[in-house]
Design a protein. Sequence first.
Length: 129
Amino acid sequence: MNDAALLDALAQFLGTLPPAVSDPGLAFRVRIAGWLAAGLAREARLGPTHQRAQAERLAALLDREAPVADLEPWLEAADAGLAHRLRTDALDPLTLAAVRAHVLATLGETLDVVQPTFDRRLDIEGAKP
């Protein structure tokens, strides 16, 4: 059984407990623990794919090559590089559109983990460039 499956099982178990807990404060904390376990399960399941997708988008935007492994420090440096470029360079409309697409995709991937039921269709479709 992998980490995501274990965390899913823990979240499911914790979800069954609140009705059996007489203390409302403790029942609330049990619900929060279940929510956190479910979030960690989604992160374990989706995180590596999201990191790889983000690295590929940033590599294309910054004309760099992303590493095969140990993406976390590279992503931090690439994000800082993109932020610096946005602050200091006059970017053409095509590049700005690519940055916008990257930011929306990254936000969508984050929402897939932290709030998977959030309906973001209007936010993306209705957003102005």
